[in-house]
Design a protein around this ligand. Structure first.
Ligand SMILES: Cc1cc2nc3c(=O)[nH]c(=O)nc-3n(C[C@H](O)[C@H](O)[C@H](O)COP(=O)(O)OP(=O)(O)OC[C@H]3O[C@@H](n4cnc5c(N)ncnc54)[C@H](O)[C@@H]3O)c2cc1C
Ligand code: FES
Length: 292
């Protein structure tokens, strides 16, 4: 199991003011923004996030956490831009969706611990809703097509990468072309059957885990609605499969100060639990440590 104390405090983060260079609709109410953020792009590892707010505007005053979706290199192969994908939902994301190109945002990151990169034969990523956002970096690192972090983390740790990705309807699925282009085996699910299988993603995962070859080492990574991650965690626990979850508890500071983001996390004994700050001790946790 991963350790539970935070190695990744705010002293390794960078704060940047940067202009929005892309703000494209890529699905229903779903946008991709691109900003130059060189120190963050060069240091981020899969599963880490940034806090972001509109520079000089105090509504909302508090930043929002967004997972880093992609890292883009310049012509000298230096990591320069980050892409973030967001669902227009409330105060901040509605304002961001209307922000013209050139609007300044303030970002601080990279924050949080990130997924681990233990070697396995197959990584199965299970995403629901807007939970696909950390999966592009994770899958690329696993396959060895991109490396991340400063110093660079080991990549090529899972030769086979699958993504099981579900949403309420086809129009809400965003980034599918990116995942396919990255070489992931993509299975889509929708609640209304408008794309892929009309099933819930945990049910597809259960089928996969029922058909694992002898000795095949599987790891699961999941992000999405808590009820979905709880089901994924249960399935993995009963199959004795290692599973990491990316928790999306609402955050205020992102740097470990305010305790607004805590989740109940089991300690060593099965009955012992403590509140852990998702922003510094997470957002990635071993699934069977979460008290759902
Ligand atoms: C580590 C982390 C990574 C995240 N990555 C992404 C991402 O890549 N893309 C993305 O679109 N969003 C992501 N989020 C969620 C994001 O931080 C915002 O909470 C979300 O965009 C809503 O902000 P808003 O200002 O638009 O809505 P608000 O006006 O803040 O809230 C709208 C509604 O959503 C509820 N709400 C707010 N935050 C959360 C939350 N985290 N969980 C459940 N309910 C909430 C509020 O109670 C309210 O009902 C992430 C959150 C975390 C903690
Ligand atoms: S968001 Fe403030 S401590 Fe986690």
């Amino acid at each position: 199991m991963s350790k539970l104390h935070a190695d990744f405090y705010a002293d390794s983060m960078h704060q940047i003011d940067s202009a929005i260079e892309r703000n494209d609709l890529i699905g229903e109410d779903t946008y991709l923004i691109r900003v130059a953020a060189e120190p963050i792009a060069g240091a981020v590892v899969p599963g880490q996030f940034v806090m972001i707010r509109l520079s000089g505007i105090d509504a909302p005053l508090i930043g929002r956490a967004l997972a880093v979706y992609d890292v883009i290199n310049d012509s000298d192969k230096n990591a320069k831009w980050i892409d973030l994908v967001y669902l227009r939902k409330g105060t901040f994301t509605s304002a961001l969706a209307q922000a013209p190109l050139g609007t300044k945002v303030t970002l601080w990151g990279p924050l949080g611990n990130g997924f681990d990169n233990r070697v396995c034969d197959r990584l199965i990523m299970v995403a629901g809703g807007i939970g696909q956002t950390p999966m592009l970096l994770l899958g690329r690192e696993a396959m060895g097509t991109q490396s991340f972090g400063d110093p660079g983390r080991a990549n090529r740790w899972a030769p086979r990468v699958e993504l099981i990705y579900g949403a309420r309807r086809a129009s809400l699925l965003a980034g599918v072309d990116d995942f396919r282009a990255a070489g992931f085996e993509v299975t889509l699910c929708t609640d209304d059957g408008s794309a892929g299988q009309q099933r819930l993603v945990p049910d597809v995962l259960a089928d996969r885990l029922a058909n694992v070859a002898d000795g095949e080492r599987i790891r699961v990574a999941t992000c999405g609605p808590e009820i979905m991650m709880e089901k994924v965690a249960e399935i993995c626990q009963s199959a004795s499969i290692d599973c990491q979850v990316s928790m999306e508890t609402p955050m205020a500071c992102g740097i470990g100060i305010c305790f607004s983001c805590v989740a109940q996390v089991r300690q060593e004994g099965p009955e012992e639990w403590d509140y852990k700050r998702t922003c510094v001790e997470g957002p990635i946790f071993d699934a069977n440590r979460i008290c759902w």
